[in-house]
Design a protein around this ligand. Structure first.
Ligand SMILES: CC(C)(COP(=O)(O)OP(=O)(O)OC[C@H]1O[C@@H](n2cnc3c(N)ncnc32)[C@H](O)[C@@H]1OP(=O)(O)O)[C@@H](O)C(=O)NCCC(=O)NCCS
Length: 151
């Protein structure tokens, strides 16, 4: 899709996005990063189409001096899906993260039922690591995906 603009999300833009999002407000409040990371919205002709949110975190031992960027949220509104919006949001996020050469990798997680997302990660060249996540007693199969940016 041509003529996509990326806009930086602030509290006001976040509230507006939440009117269109399929996620609950509670989920969006957790995953749309502003003060502890950043989020960008893809829009065309002032119409909001999709969002991506990223934050930075130090990894666990023995990599406690290694920082990764974590994509916590990616959503494209239904009328704009399968037109390349998510791909462009991920590319834009990678190009922003790559500017900081201290960031080792970019990572995310998708449950196994998110077939479209998983195919997209593979298409974008992310490594696919199958894992069974434990949320209390609930076990959710899925994949961590990651791409090394600088080594
Ligand atoms: C997953 C999602 C973000 C994809 O957004 P999108 O803008 O439609 O994705 P793109 O158009 O950039 O798709 C690029 C690639 O992703 C894969 N893909 C996207 N939608 C797909 C679908 N419905 N079925 C299968 N593969 C799909 C394909 O590999 C596609 O490449 P292709 O067009 O060459 O086949 C979107 O469907 C969405 O918001 N879903 C609901 C929220 C969600 O699941 N978020 C992820 C949480 S982990």
């Amino acid at each position: 899709m041509k003529d996509i603009k990326f806009i930086e999300v602030n509290e006001e833009i976040k509230r507006e996005w939440m009117n269109y999002s399929n996620w609950t407000d509670k989920v969006n409040d957790e995953v749309i990063r502003i003060s502890d990371g950043w989020s960008i919205i893809a829009e065309k002709n002032t119409e909001m189409m999709g969002i991506i949110s990223v934050y930075y975190r130090k990894m666990d031992e023995p990599f406690e001096n290694t920082v990764e960027a974590y994509i916590d949220n990616i959503e494209v509104l239904e009328p704009f899906r399968t037109k390349g919006v998510a791909s462009q949001l991920i590319k834009e996020a990678i190009s922003r993260v790559e500017k900081d050469v201290t960031i080792y990798q970019i990572r995310s997680w998708s449950s196994k039922d998110k077939t479209a997302m998983l195919k997209l990660w593979k298409k974008m060249g992310f490594g696919l690591c199958p894992v069974l996540q434990h949320y209390g007693d609930v076990k959710v199969p899925g994949f961590f995906v990651s791409k090394v940016l600088y080594n």
